[in-house]
Design a protein around this ligand. Sequence first.
Ligand code: SF4
Ligand code: SF4
Length: 203
Amino acid sequence: MLQRSCGTCFACCVWLGVGPLKKWPGQSCKHLDGSIPDKRCTIYDKRPKCCVDYHCGWRMGIGPDNLRPDQSGVLVTLYPAPDDDQRFVATLHVIDEKKAGGPADPDSRLSEILALVLSTGCNDVRIVSGGERPGSPIVHLREGKIYRGVVLKPDHNKFEDMNFAEEEEPVGRYQIKRDEDLTAEDEAKRELHRRLARQVKSG
Ligand code: SF4
Ligand code: SF4
């Protein structure tokens, strides 16, 4: 169940690839009409299944109102974890570097959003710039380690179906809280994670 309306944002309809429409990442969808407030997809009732199934993290409730993708410069997409119904994995698309800032700046919006996603217990996060085009750099955080990689050509079966290759050796590490160190606030975030994972899984 979605919790927010898109308002004046239409980031996902520009920055993600849509295979059935042969729309490449970063290309504005031909069915997008910026003149229609709050319902800008002109084929909304007949839009491809991959658009129907898309899960925008902000729209589902991750982060405060002012971190909507068009305002933060970061589009958060959630996917079901392949082998765990209670988990989601996330891709953070940097769609506006000026607004997002860099991961090295702890006060940047990108850092704030990354911290929010990790704080839910998400253990698989990809950060990609450049509209996810083949050849774009990617940073992959998983299970406490940070890997660098590169985006490969998409399969084009889903709204966004990112392929990437990464280096074998991690370039850094990040801290994961152990279960015994979780506070009541952490537990609430874990519960949010499980709830969103179930929503993502059920489509
Ligand atoms: S990126 Fe999220 S908030 Fe923006 S249009 Fe897409 S679903 Fe709506
Ligand atoms: S068809 Fe999909 S990508 Fe295009 S405007 Fe509609 S929802 Fe957005």
